[in-house]
Design a protein around this ligand. Structure first.
Ligand code: FMN
Length: 180
């Protein structure tokens, strides 16, 4: 079985999430094509047995290249089982309102594109304090503080629940293989 794992990323963390998903699908004996949405080349999701699309939220939005890909391939995406993996910090917030907002990000995307994935998965992202410039570090620390997140700017923080992500991938692979 062939599975497409396509991702967009701004700071690299969603690539790591997509690579983890790809590893888990390979461990489930699937042929995986892992690709960045910005890579050139023809990548029709309709030619796969399933497609997993992963993207981060930056300023409440998915990357524009990711939205354009979905708009271009919407009809192919409707033909195969699909998952949308949304990466955000708000999903890991202590505040219920913030988590609710994060759960709403996919709706904006589906309303805009008319693509309705079969499954949705929310993964908590990363705070890359060491890579941010002064202003971004200050801003992200403030946001993180307000959400009960990490505020130690002397290091990066990964909030992703890796075992849960792997378990999700393995479950999805079983589902595709059993034709459910
Ligand atoms: C400038 C900036 C804006 C962000 N905006 C949001 C946001 O609106 N909501 C949210 O939940 N997370 C937000 N995040 C957190 C990112 O979703 C998180 O850092 C994610 O891991 C980024 O993935 P990437 O490394 O693949 O780009 C933001 C991060 C940055 C640096």
């Amino acid at each position: 079985m062939r599975i497409l794992v396509l991702y967009a990323t701004v700071e690299g963390h969603t690539r790591k999430i997509a690579e983890t998903l790809a590893d888990e699908f390979e461990a489930s004996y699937m042929d995986v094509i892992l690709t960045n949405v910005s890579d050139p080349g023809y990548c029709d999701p309709g030619t796969f047995d399933a497609a997993v699309l992963c993207a981060p939220i930056h300023i409440s939005r998915y990357p524009s290249g990711f939205v354009k890909y979905i708009q271009s391939w919407k009809s192919s995406l409707q033909e195969v089982p699909t998952v949308l993996v949304t990466v955000s910090l708000a999903i890991a917030s202590d505040e219920a309102d913030e988590r609710k907002e994060a759960e709403g990000y996919p709706k904006d995307l589906t309303d805009k594109t008319g693509w309705y994935p079969d499954q949705y998965y929310h993964a908590a992202g990363a705070l890359k304090y060491l890579e941010y410039d002064f202003f971004k570090r200050w801003m992200m620390r403030r946001i993180s503080d307000s959400e009960g997140g990490p505020v130690d700017t002397s290091k990066d923080h990964e909030l992703t629940d890796w075992p849960a992500l792997r378990a999700f991938a393995s479950e999805f692979a079983n589902k595709i293989k059993s034709g459910e």
